[in-house]
Each structure stands twice: as C-alpha cells, then as structure tokens.
Design a protein around this ligand. Structure first.
Ligand code: ZN
Length: 210
C-alpha cells in the first residue's frame, strides 16, 4: 500500500511520525500502534503525513497555508468509531473528530481533504452546513454550504476546495493523485454550494489553469 510516491512515506517513516508526532499532536484515542498493512491508524497516519510533509508553496503575497498546524490547533482528539455511517464527523464542544469506516475506503487525497474539512468545523466561526437548494443532496438534510468562496473564512466545503487547489499547485503529485484532486473538486462543484459567486468561480478557474 505504501508505494513510495512523494506523498506516501515508507513504513518506518510513517511509524516514526505516528509515535513522535501524530499520537501526541492529535490525542489519538483507542490505539497505540500503527501497522503498515491494515487498520484505520494507517489510513489516518498517511493522511496526516500528507498534511505535514507537503511543502505548500508561497503565493505571490508570500503566503502559504499550514494545514497540519491548523488542524492540530483546533483538534483535541481523533478517534475511530466502527459503527458510524458517514465519512467522519466533528464535535466542536469536545474539539473531537470521529472517523467512520467509509473514511478507510477514500483515496489518500480524499482522506487528507476530509481531515481539513472536519478540522474546519472545529474552528469557532465556521458557518454550519445548510439544506441544498438543488442537486444530488437536496433531500439529504444539511448537506451544502450557503456559498462558495476560495478561502478559509467560509464553510467546510470551501475549505475542501481551498486545500485541494493548494495541493494541486504545490505538491509533486503523481498522475493518479492529480486525478484524485480534480475528482475531489469535481465532486464538490456544483453539488455542495447553494451559491457560487461568479468572481469566486473565476478566481478558482484561474488558479486551476496554472
Ligand atoms: Zn461537513
């Protein structure tokens, strides 16, 4: 499973990060050991490694985000619940992220994006999801964000897109991972936003074209 691309570490590196950083940084509950062949710890460890090891390149203002630190700052604990039926969920009052079995079948890029998404829910000012006005999730309860903006000042789906675009622009991605990034963006647009301001859409298209 660990196949040596720039974003996926070898087993020894991952185990060392798990022990020296991830367990402590995120208060990971219910496990002390990562196995390299299987388990939710491996799925989580790989995604955390991507967030920690990617060198996000400065934009023309000299700014680059630090998704690992942002996640660490808001998260008190991460745990796995074998019985939950969504991908993952965040509980702001406990600053806790719970991963569900479906998280394990996501691609590496999707898992990292999901952590960014759930971490964004733990930020104090993140607007909650709202019912979708149209599209495939119209009957799915609060499954959309009111609007898209290319920033971390809006809802959690905007944070997904923000992360995916930064990843695409910064990392040395294998072709397969580039496809995963594009698939992630395509899955969110236009299904997850009730409003996409033309200026923000234009900005996104400009960034993706580079
Ligand atoms: Zn969400």
């Amino acid at each position: 499973m660990l196949c040596g691309t720039s974003l996926q570490p070898d087993c020894t590196t991952l185990k060392a990060h798990w022990k020296e950083h991830f367990q402590r940084d995120f208060g990971i509950e219910g496990s002390t050991r990562l196995r390299c062949d299987d388990g939710w710890e491996l799925s989580l460890g790989e995604a955390l490694f991507l967030l920690k090891s990617t060198n996000f390149q400065d934009n023309h203002y000299g700014f680059h985000p630090d998704f690992y630190e942002d996640l660490r700052w808001v998260t008190q604990s991460i745990r796995f619940d074998p019985h939950c039926s969504v991908l993952a969920r965040a509980r702001k009052s406990e600053r806790r992220i719970t991963l569900c079995p479906a998280f394990l079948s996501l691609s590496l890029v999707e898992r990292a994006s999901t952590l960014v998404h759930e971490g964004h829910h733990l930020q104090p000012d993140t607007p909650p999801h709202v019912p979708c006005h149209s599209g495939p999730y119209q009957s799915a309860g609060a499954a959309c964000d009111s609007r898209f903006s290319f920033s971390l000042d809006d809802g959690a789906y905007s944070a997904d897109v923000y992360f995916l675009v930064w990843l695409k622009r910064s990392a040395h991605l294998a072709q397969r991972q580039l496809r995963e990034v594009q698939a992630g963006i395509d899955a969110i647009f236009p299904a997850r936003f009730n409003q996409i301001p033309a200026s923000e859409r234009k900005r996104l298209d400009r960034l993706l074209a580079r």
